[in-house]
Design a protein around this ligand. Structure first.
Ligand code: HPA
Length: 267
């Protein structure tokens, strides 16, 4: 058996193609915490496979991450792979496990990737809880990178300006911001939140950046969207709670679903 991560991704992609009866997929969407309830709006389900049944995948550890891959056909006739859940670096399974879904999507023919996440807002003076924010750039403070060796990938435009402009045609009110990723699983301290504001961050979370890098390595165009589920630690006087993150997702599911469904048919 060959355990090379790219080979495993090819095997998982073949299984996804077979289950859906499709040769290729146009788009993949990774539904982060708070986004899973929005998935049903994106299209008609063609097939659904639990992570545990696919080469290289592990069942997700986090409540609110569904743990399966759904193939759908959208109203506009696009084919999409929807990842209901993701693996995070803090689960301790390694970087290859974190980006396996993205490598699988690329191997399945996907040229456009939508990465969603729940994030703490670093600018509560302008960000509302429950607002989507387009990721314009990132700061990777995870200390990890999915690429090993001398592959020097350009990250000047990780999150495609073209795709952000398309989403703003659907919703001109949507803001943009810089997403900062820590490894987690702890939330940040108030001192770290003050540091991130000084560094130019607008959003903070525990995902997305490694997947975005793996996508750029594969030449896949990336759209990143954060759902602001809480002000960063110390900015509101309230402690942070994962249940609150999920609740914001449930409350905004209809709006996020419509946004994603319209976006996927334009990407
Ligand atoms: N910090 C890190 N990750 C998060 C947060 C946060 O405040 N909210 C949702 N995910």
């Amino acid at each position: 058996m060959n355990n090379d991560p790219y080979t495993l991704a090819g095997e998982a992609a073949a299984a996804l193609r077979g289950a859906a009866g499709l040769d290729s997929f146009d788009v993949a969407l990774v539904m982060g915490s708070g986004w899973v309830p929005a998935a049903d709006a994106i299209g008609e389900t063609v097939s659904e496979i639990p992570f545990a049944d696919l080469p290289g995948f592990r069942a997700p550890a986090v409540a609110g991450h569904g743990g399966k891959i759904r193939a759908v056909r959208t109203a506009g006739g696009r084919t999409a792979l929807i990842f209901l859940g993701r693996t995070h670096l803090y689960e301790g399974l390694g970087v290859d496990a974190v980006v396996h879904g993205v490598r699988t999507a690329a191997a399945a023919g996907v040229r456009t990737l939508v990465l969603t996440n729940a994030a703490g807002g670093l600018r509560p003076e302008t960000q509302g809880v429950g607002d989507p924010v387009l990721i314009s750039d990132h700061i990777n403070l995870t200390g990890a990178n999915p690429i090993t060796g001398t592959t020097f990938i350009d990250l000047t435009e990780v999150y495609s300006r073209r795709l952000r402009d398309l989403v703003r045609e659907i919703d001109p009110s949507i803001a943009e911001g810089v997403y900062v990723a820590f490894r987690g699983p702890t939330y940040e301290t108030p001192a770290e939140i003050r540091m991130l504001r000084t560094l130019g961050g607008d959003l903070v979370g525990m995902s997305t950046v490694l997947e975005a890098i793996a996508a750029r390595e594969a030449g896949v165009e990336v759209l990143g969207v954060s759902l602001v589920t809480n002000p960063g630690a110390g900015l509101s006087g309230e402690p942070l709670d994962h249940e609150e993150v999920l609740e914001v997702g449930r409350a905004t599911a209809a709006r996020m679903g419509v946004l994603l469904a319209k976006a996927v048919d334009r990407l």
